[in-house]
Ligand binder design. Structure first.
Ligand SMILES: [Zn+2]
Length: 444
């Protein structure tokens, strides 16, 4: 039996059905599951003192391209809109191989862990020089995060009128074959799964209509989730109207890309009808506020989505468009963006925290994660609110979105991943050094 007792939290934010916040409370974790929540609990195992800390469920990241940690702040892409930004970066990404994919994933995953994230999705849509989805899954296994990698794909290269260079696209038959391989090899349907695989053609403008439809059929056949980019900015909408003959929502609906097993990244430009469609069908949204600001894409109508009943989670998006991968900062940005358009009461800190935890878990179809309640998985973030930033704070929970940008401790599936603000699962110094070496090689 493996137990950890998190004791004496200043506030324990449960995100349970009653959204209880418990002062001076403890959580007992046993064999990867939350065994008890209350006051004065005891254990035979290890005790983590959470005095002066807010304890929350681990945050959930619903959209990322981990490989992009190797192309942060690339000069040609710093000030470009989405399509120009992609064109700058594609030739650099075409030089990646398995080691670049593995190391950049470790960096991205560690960055997420240090900012309180216990579960993340990843969208890998290019496989140059022998790279495979397996490389990111190996990285996540070492870092220790709960991982939902998605087998992305691009099939329409420049010579066919698409955006990516031909070197980065694959044949559609080979894409589907590899989707089947990775689902059969890695997807775990069991409760508490550490790896669940999704299928994720990159976007409607980089694969054919046939592949979008076949991917949806395959995902339904295999019982796995579907993910892609949708309605990201005005260029994206214009492309959809001109080349696909309809708005993105219509395109998604026609090809089987709505439902409880689908989530779309961005959705900045969804209109009222599309919001209703998503709400009606249980389709999820990965809201990526920093990336949307960074690329000047706009402000996603998250208030309207939530009011309509759309499932919304947060995404840091790739580090080439953020350039950070800090999930708690993303929650703050989500709150600020709704307020700047709709007023100070448009989104509370607590709602932003709910989107960052429970919201993300729902988007990824994880009923077993996202809250601190008996029987849920033992994914816990412990935030130190005793430092200078918090001095004078009247409400440690609301303060969480203004203060600590890093977690003190992170536990995933009952296993410590971060302790005292440092990674315990990997040698971070060595990983960062290797990443910088690889980045220098790409700059040559
Ligand atoms: Zn993205």
């Amino acid at each position: 039996m493996n137990e950890i007792l998190v004791k004496n939290a200043e506030v324990l934010v449960t995100m349970d059905n009653a959204r209880r916040e418990l002062a001076g409370a403890d959580v007992l974790l046993r064999d990867g599951v939350i065994a008890a929540v209350g006051v004065g609990l005891a254990t035979v195992g290890r005790v983590i003192d959470a005095r002066g800390c807010v304890v929350t469920p681990g945050l959930v990241n619903t959209h990322h391209h981990l490989y992009q940690t190797l192309t942060r702040a690339v000069p040609g892409g710093q000030d470009a809109l989405l399509f120009g930004w992609l064109k700058t970066l594609y030739p650099i990404w075409a030089r990646f191989g398995p080691e670049e994919i593995f190391t950049s994933a470790q960096v991205g995953l560690a960055e997420l862990a240090l900012t309180g994230c216990s579960m993340t999705s990843d969208h890998l849509y290019m496989y140059p020089n022998g790279a495979r989805l397996d490389d990111t899954i190996a990285a996540a296994g070492e870092v220790g995060l709960r991982f939902h990698p998605t087998r992305g794909a691009m099939s329409i290269g420049e010579s066919d009128g698409g955006l990516p260079p031909d070197a980065l696209v694959e044949r559609e038959a080979a894409i589907l074959e590899d989707c089947i391989r990775v689902v059969d090899r890695f997807h775990d349907r069991a409760e508490g799964a550490m790896v669940r695989v999704g299928i994720a053609p990159c976007s409607p403008f980089s694969v054919s209509r046939d592949l979008m439809r076949d991917a949806a059929l395959l995902a339904r056949d295999k019982g796995v989730m579907l993910h892609t980019h949708l309605a990201e900015n005005d260029e994206d909408i214009a492309y959809s109207l001109e080349k696909l003959g309809c708005r993105p929502g219509q395109y998604a609906e026609d090809l089987g890309w709505v439902g409880d097993d689908v989530w779309h990244a961005h959705c900045v430009k969804l209109d009222g009808q599309e919001i209703d469609l998503f709400a009606r069908t249980g389709t999820g949204v990965a809201h990526c506020p920093c990336s949307n600001c960074r690329l000047g894409s706009g402000i996603a109508p998250v208030r309207a989505m939530r009011d309509a009943g759309v499932k919304v989670g947060l995404g840091v998006d790739g580090s080439a468009s953020n350039d950070a991968g800090n999930l708690v900062a993303e929650a703050r940005q989500a709150m600020l963006l709704q307020r700047v358009t709709r007023g100070a009461d448009a989104m509370s800190a607590r709602e932003a925290l709910e989107i960052a935890t429970l919201g993300g878990a729902r988007v990824l179809g994880r009923k077993d994660c996202g809250s601190i309640a008996v029987g849920k998985r033992a994914d816990i973030a412990i935030w130190d609110v005793s430092g200078i930033e918090a001095a004078g704070s009247w409400d440690p929970v609301a303060f969480l979105l203004a203060g600590p940008m890093r977690v003190r401790d992170l536990i995933v599936e009952g296993r410590e991943v971060v302790r005292g603000g440092a990674m315990v699962t990997i040698d971070l110094g060595r990983v960062v050094a290797r990443q910088n070496q690889l980045a220098r090689r790409l700059m040559e």
